[in-house]
Design a protein around this ligand. Structure first.
Ligand code: AMP
Length: 361
């Protein structure tokens, strides 16, 4: 049964993703309540109501469960315990199992390998001796990452062709938290697939975007990606396999490295709408945000085809000063997030330039 119009959707997290979900929900006739500790957050500016409290505060979660017919979230670090407790009272999508898998890079890769999706080789690392041994196994090159709570390249250290040994103090410098050493992937490009699974198990996948990062933060997503059709199909198939294996409901983002021979290694799964899917709002009839709301509301999913080629670019920090000039372009869609202060590294908005698909009338 689908969620009747006028029902309330609870959103945990009040950033720009929550904001765009709330806007999509409103267009489908739903109300939204946002749980977020920061007052006047981007999502609350466009939602019906904000519960201003920590994501794991029991009273706030209980209130969210009472007022919502279904609950979703906009970031993957929602405490699994909180999601499971809520799920006992009201449907929570995507399922808590997806959070559990995505929150730890070792569980994530183990899960992916378990369903025959290849990733970079990896070793769990808890101390400097384990780091030395793991680097030795990877001939001195690799990327050391925190297992949990990493985003936008934060909490990472790159080792290239280093003599192994002499890494005393590295784990302490990384905060003495559980780490993972990944083999260094000589990728040719990075792509991501945004896909969705409905309550009825139907799956749709958008075309892969080609992503370029700057300083660990997504800079642009370009459609079409410069990959062969077989590679694009393999990425969509992998995303669909992940959705089914997790008995997922909602939108997921899956990031891949593309190797020189066109084969793929999955890097990360994000159990939510994803920055590399923002282009869908300008170049598809149904955006990733609407697709997510449709999925969790039990509505039929929309088609994933794009009507235009496009390039989405993030506006980070002072990039927002470009807005007046950008707005003079006729084929550009702008989206600002309502953040008052343009701090360095802060995602302030994005824009998408669209152009006709060659040969398409
Ligand atoms: P992540 O936080 O895992 O998304 O990593 C941030 C960025 O670092 C990725 O988008 C890649 O550009 C790069 N990166 C991450 N892991 C690897 C790897 N194992 N080999 C090569 N580059 C990587």
């Amino acid at each position: 049964m689908s969620l009747p119009a006028g029902s309330t959707i609870g959103i945990i997290g009040g950033g720009q993703l929550g904001r765009m979900l709330a806007m999509a929900a409103a267009r489908l006739g739903y109300r939204t309540v946002v749980l977020e500790p920061q007052a006047d957050c981007p999502a609350a500016q466009v939602a019906n109501r904000q519960i201003t409290a920590a994501y794991d505060e029991p009273a706030a979660l209980a209130e969210l469960a009472v007022v919502s017919s279904v609950i979703t979230y906009e970031f993957e670090n929602v405490p699994v315990g909180a999601a499971s407790a809520l799920a006992a009272k009201v449907p929570v999508y995507p399922p808590a199992r997806a959070l559990e898998v995505a929150q730890d890079r070792v569980s994530e890769k183990t899960f992916l390998n378990g369903i025959s999706i290849a990733t970079a080789d990896f070793h769990a690392v808890d101390n400097d001796d384990e780091l030395t041994a793991a680097l030795k196994a990877f001939d001195g090159s690799g990327i050391l990452k925190t297992r949990r709570m990493g985003y936008d390249g934060k909490g990472q250290r790159v080792f290239r062709n280093m003599e192994t040994g002499g890494f005393a103090g590295t784990c302490e410098a990384m905060g003495n938290v559980p780490l993972i050493l990944e083999s260094f992937v000589p990728f040719e490009r990075e792509i991501s697939v945004i896909a969705a699974r409905g309550l009825d198990g139907a799956v749709v996948a958008y075309d892969p975007a080609e992503n370029v990062h700057r300083n660990g933060i997504l800079h642009t997503s370009t459609l079409p990606a410069g990959i062969r059709p077989e590679t694009a199909q393999a990425a969509r198939t992998a995303a669909s396999k992940i959705l089914s294996a997790l008995n997922y409901v909602g939108v997921i983002g899956v990031e891949f490295f593309v190797l020189a021979d066109g084969s793929l290694l999955a890097n990360e799964i994000a159990p939510r709408v994803h920055n590399s899917g923002h282009w869908t709002e300008a170049a598809c009839i149904v955006s990733q945000f609407e697709q997510h709301i449709r999925a969790i509301a039990g509505l039929p999913l929309g088609g994933p085809d794009r009507h235009s080629d496009c390039v989405m670019e993030n506006l980070i920090g002072d990039d927002v000063l470009r807005v007046p000039a950008l707005l003079t372009e006729p084929d550009l869609m702008l989206h600002l997030y309502g953040k008052a202060e343009a701090r360095p590294g802060r995602k302030m908005g994005h824009f998408t330039r669209i152009k006709a698909i060659p040969g398409k009338v």
